[in-house]
Design a binder for this molecule. Structure first.
Ligand code: ADP
Length: 324
């Protein structure tokens, strides 16, 4: 079996008294995309910077392609980096920007340009090779940054919130482009994001990070369907994570709620949204927040809505939402 693209073993990093990363162990298989997902400040970028060699961990080991690179400087690690701000060279053309990586790694000019053109074709920018970064839209600049990382031929790509500076529409489109691109490139990808939709859309596996530690690692769909704790469930966007006695919480997944049957329950709040109405309903389990289509909202009768909860689909989780 080939070595994983990346293996982190018990990585820790502090800044003074701030624990930025603590005992982080994670593997990215060859050709696999893994999302490091967590709220702002949880330590995602710190882990990425340790992988790239921009930061030295206090403890632990970084292996890239089976090789221990922990003591090596960034240029000796052969990783493709895509940061939030793209960091394109303003004075170089698009082609110049993408050719730079292979040239730095010793490729001859013609060979480097060939690789750059291939990478630019992959991201759909072959027509814009002569432009400078100032002449590109945000989405195009983002693609150039990706092409630049891809052109290095690195077996490991590191992406730090690559879509965060783009508007929602463009982000949605690039998300599906990126997934296709990762499949074609065949590199291992470690993607850092605070956006759970991005993680679920792009990554086969997700590592959820909180306050410097990984709290759950697993298949993207599996982590969403079976969050390990109440905090993970809420962070992943589950709406109904209800407090229960004994330090527990009950997760009522959207699919567990059946409208139109069961007892009529009091609706205590209405909030119109762009697609319908958000309501809160008092259920014996707790107060549920539900998104209703206009037709479903029509089922509210004298301030009451009939619904039943499929108890077999309700998950009981440790409630770790206090603190951090
Ligand atoms: P994330 O990428 O998840 O937003 P970071 O890795 O940037 O989180 O930061 C993790 C923690 O480490 C935060 O508390 C942050 O303030 C702190 N931190 C990050 N970089 C430095 C630094 N160079 N000096 C001091 N503290 C830092």
């Amino acid at each position: 079996m080939s070595s994983p693209a990346l293996a982190l073993h018990h990585l820790s990093k502090r800044y003074g008294s701030t624990v930025a990363a603590e005992d982080v162990s994670l593997t990215v298989g060859a050709g696999e995309t893994v999302a490091l997902l967590g709220p702002s400040g949880c330590g995602k970028s710190t882990v990425l910077r340790c992988v790239a060699g921009l930061e030295r961990p206090d403890a632990g080991r970084v292996e890239i392609g089976g090789r221990d690179v922990t003591p090596l400087p960034p240029e000796a690690r052969h990783v493709g980096l895509v940061f939030q701000d793209y960091a394109l060279f303003p004075h170089l053309s698009v082609l110049g920007n993408v050719t730079y990586g292979p040239r730095m790694r010793g490729a001859r000019r013609a060979q480097a340009e060939g690789r750059a053109r291939e990478a630019l074709a992959l991201v759909g920018l072959e027509a814009l090779t002569g432009r400078t970064p100032a002449q590109l839209s945000g989405g195009q600049a983002q693609r150039v940054a990706l092409a630049r990382a891809v052109a290095t031929g690195s077996p490991l790509l590191l992406l730090d919130e690559p879509l965060s500076n783009l508007d929602e529409q463009l982000r949605a489109r690039l998300r599906s482009d990126l997934r296709a691109l990762f499949g074609q490139v065949g590199a291992g990808v470690l993607l850092v994001t605070h956006d759970q939709r991005e993680a679920l859309a792009l990554a086969a596996r997700v590592a959820v990070m909180r306050a410097g530690r990984l709290v759950q690692v697993g298949g993207a769909a599996e982590v969403f369907a079976r969050p390990a704790t109440a905090w993970v469930a809420a962070f992943l966007g589950h709406t109904n994570v209800l407090t229960a006695p004994g330090g527990l919480a009950r997760l009522v997944p959207e699919g567990a709620v059946r409208l139109g049957k069961g007892n009529p329950l009091p609706v205590t709040a209405y909030q119109p949204t762009d697609t319908g109405t958000e309501v809160t309903v008092v259920h014996p389990l707790g107060t549920l927040t539900l998104h209703l289509s206009p037709r479903e909202a029509g089922g509210i009768d004298e301030g009451r809505l009939r619904l039943s909860v499929d108890e077999g689909r309700v998950l009981t989780l440790p409630d770790d939402r206090e603190g951090a």
